[in-house]
Design a protein around this ligand. Structure first.
Ligand code: COA
Length: 279
């Protein structure tokens, strides 16, 4: 991180290792509950990492035994509400801005690594990330019903994006906790692995993404998210336009390289792996 942002971070930690940014929610003593300060810092971190040349993929995780225990009941709700409606609106906006608005269409690949507790509001950035991996032993829960609120902060919308109707309603209505295996079975995360293997597994996938053409990756993942809610006719037009823009703005000229290495050089098979990017 540049000096300016890095020195301002108090409850988020950022470590960059060979183009992979490990972004850690860092309030382990509060189970990484998301306070207004944490949300503000996450906004600044995403702003900065988006434009850094030395960052290609972002992994979002939590310090200690938690991913995140959701919104901070004391700082995000009780203390903010004492400051009046305008402050509530400001604090909510800073939260939802990063938790889904920024993450959903972030230009770089994002992976949530759920290492432990993951409750309520934490489902929003979890689903906001492109991919998610969990420890088998992690504990998830839509716990809002257990303390008398509905899953707002776009949690319910996030859940509806990845989980089916029956599972969504069951967990929204019961607040029953579930583990990483169940999260994977329901499609809330891509896969769960034993906790001891979680970091290595996440890093391996992140490094696979780092090997891909970043321009095409950016257009590909955002195209998926945009067209998902479109009718087929509109989607075809949008995808055609995005494909053309992706090809014309790709400094690597991946399309030409891929085609020529397959058709002319016969040096690889696109069905089985990627073209040589350094050629
Ligand atoms: N908001 C505010 N503070 C929280 C918090 C939250 N969401 N989750 C945990 N904390 C705080 C606790 O108040 C406690 O603070 P203290 O040490 O000052 O008393 C500290 O974090 C540790 O929490 P504790 O409950 O003692 O830890 P635990 O390991 O026994 O249990 C959880 C962990 C996550 C199961 C439990 O803290 C919990 O249920 N948290 C709330 C989860 C939730 O419903 N979140 C949804 C919010 S939308």
């Amino acid at each position: 991180m540049s000096d300016t942002v890095e020195t301002q971070l108090t409850v988020v930690d950022v470590k960059i290792d060979d183009r992979l940014a490990w972004v850690t929610l860092n309030r382990p003593e509060k189970r990484n509950a998301m306070s207004p300060t944490l949300n503000r810092e996450m906004g600044a971190v995403l702003d900065e990492l988006e434009l850094r040349d030395d960052v290609g993929v972002i992994v979002l995780t939590g310090a200690g035994e938690s991913f995140s225990a959701g919104m901070d009941l004391k700082e995000y709700f009780r203390e903010t509400e004492k400051q009046g409606a305008l402050q509530v609106a400001k604090v909510r906006k800073e939260a939802t801005d990063w938790m889904w608005r920024r993450l959903l269409h972030y230009p770089k690949p994002t992976i949530a690594m759920v290492n432990g507790w993951c409750f309520g509001g934490a489902f929003t950035p979890l689903v906001g990330c492109d991919l998610a991996f969990a420890a088998d032993e992690a504990t998830f829960g839509l716990s809002e019903i257990n303390w008398g609120i509905i899953p707002a902060g776009n949690v319910t919308r996030a859940v509806a994006e990845v989980m089916n109707h029956r599972d969504s309603l069951y967990y929204i209505m019961t607040g029953e906790p579930f583990d990483g295996r169940k999260a994977a079975e329901m499609g809330l995360v891509n896969r769960s692995v034993p906790a001891a293997e979680l970091r290595a597994h996440t890093e391996a996938v992140a490094r696979t993404l780092l090997d891909k053409n970043p321009t095409v990756l950016r257009f590909a993942k955002n195209a998926y998210k945009y067209v998902k809610t479109m009718d087929w006719d509109t989607a075809e037009v949008v995808l055609g336009t995005m494909a053309a823009t992706s090809a014309s703005s790709d400094p690597e000229r991946g399309r030409q390289k891929g085609m020529s290495q397959f058709l002319d050089e016969k040096s690889y098979r696109p069905g089985l792996g990627g073209y040589r990017r350094d050629a």
